[in-house]
Design a protein around this ligand. Structure first.
Ligand SMILES: [Fe+2]
Length: 317
């Protein structure tokens, strides 16, 4: 955690500009930095602080969750009602391009709970290898096929996390056009359209563990964004079987044992290395309000495709 010097005027943008290199080195070492006690109150203040780091803007694209752009660099974090949890993930880990750095800013804390939890993803990999060596060996060989669910008709524009249907966020009700757009925007292989108006977006085979610059991370989510495991599902990349419940249980235990919950103070700014840190949202209460900003891009493709050239981009199934 970084606090303003006693003699400073608590201007975060000014402090960052003066210490830019040492802060980047500290982020590389610690993976996450929390700035507390600085005079940051608005999206404009945050924009200046983010700009002071000197990193390229990461522009968030559309998806199945709601996130309003407020300024050039600053967005509302997920606008789902704060009582819904969001499970651990690397930001936009299934997209071709994912941000390399992520800022969260606490505009209003939750009166109870509502923490953002973080976990070192390399530790998740290590512990999974210790507990499930045979499964990890198989995943390294065949990867996994990942299915992400979009919102269904009944959830459209409600407060749930996935509150957009494929028709609304892809801007068409034509399935052929939707598939073409989804491949472009979501970097997926295909889509299964379901009767309740939702869709399964299909990815893979993907290697769940991605290595960059000597750091490993578990980059493909294998638990849902809610407690409902049906929201996200995975099967071994050879199609032989779904990931067994014991694997999901071990993964959940490892996350719980190795995470840190950030209890928000108004004005906090949290900077994460999205290449090596996963984050999650604990259930809270209104008026919890977080903002988000992304910078840089991880090497493309962000996700570990077993055979990236096999991913169809234009042609239709
Ligand atoms: Fe996120």
């Amino acid at each position: 955690m970084l606090l303003p010097a006693a003699s400073s005027d608590r201007d975060l943008a000014k402090s960052v500009a003066a210490e830019r290199e040492s802060l980047a080195a500290a982020l590389d070492r610690h993976r996450a930095l929390l700035f507390r006690g600085f005079d940051v109150a608005s999206e404009q203040d945050l924009e200046l602080a983010v700009e002071a780091f000197g990193w390229d803007l990461y522009q968030f694209q559309i998806g199945s969750t709601t996130r309003t752009r407020l300024t050039n660099r600053i967005y509302n974090a997920n606008e789902a009602s704060p009582e819904y949890p969001i499970h651990f993930h690397h930001e936009l880990s299934l997209r071709e391009e994912a941000p390399s750095k992520l800022f969260f800013f606490c505009k209003e804390p939750s009166p109870v709970a509502g923490e953002t939890a973080i976990v070192p993803s390399d530790v998740v990999v290590e512990k999974m290898e210790e507990r499930l060596p045979a499964v990890m060996k198989k995943l390294a060989e065949v990867g996994l096929i990942h299915f992400s669910k979009t919102g269904k008709d009944a959830d459209a524009n409600t407060g749930v996390v996935f509150n957009k249907t494929w028709k609304s966020f892809l801007g068409t009700d034509d399935k052929v056009e939707a598939l073409k757009r989804a491949r472009e925007i979501l970097s997926c292989n295909s889509i299964n359209f379901l009767d309740d108006g939702s869709a399964e977006v299909v990815y893979g085979p993907l290697k769940p563990v991605v290595e960059r610059g000597g750091k490993r991370a578990w980059f493909v989510p294998i638990l849902g964004h809610t407690d409902d495991r049906a929201m996200v599902s995975n099967v071994f990349g050879d199609g032989s079987a779904p990931l067994p419940p014991a694997v999901l249980d071990a993964y959940a235990d490892i996350l719980a044992e190795n995470c840190v919950d950030i209890k928000w103070h108004r004005g906090d700014v949290l900077l994460l290395d999205n290449a090596v840190v996963q984050h999650a949202r604990r259930p809270g209460k209104p008026p919890r309000h977080l903002l988000v900003s992304g910078c840089g891009t991880l090497p493309i493709p962000a996700t570990g495709w077993l055979n990236h050239s096999s991913r169809p981009k234009q042609e239709v199934l």
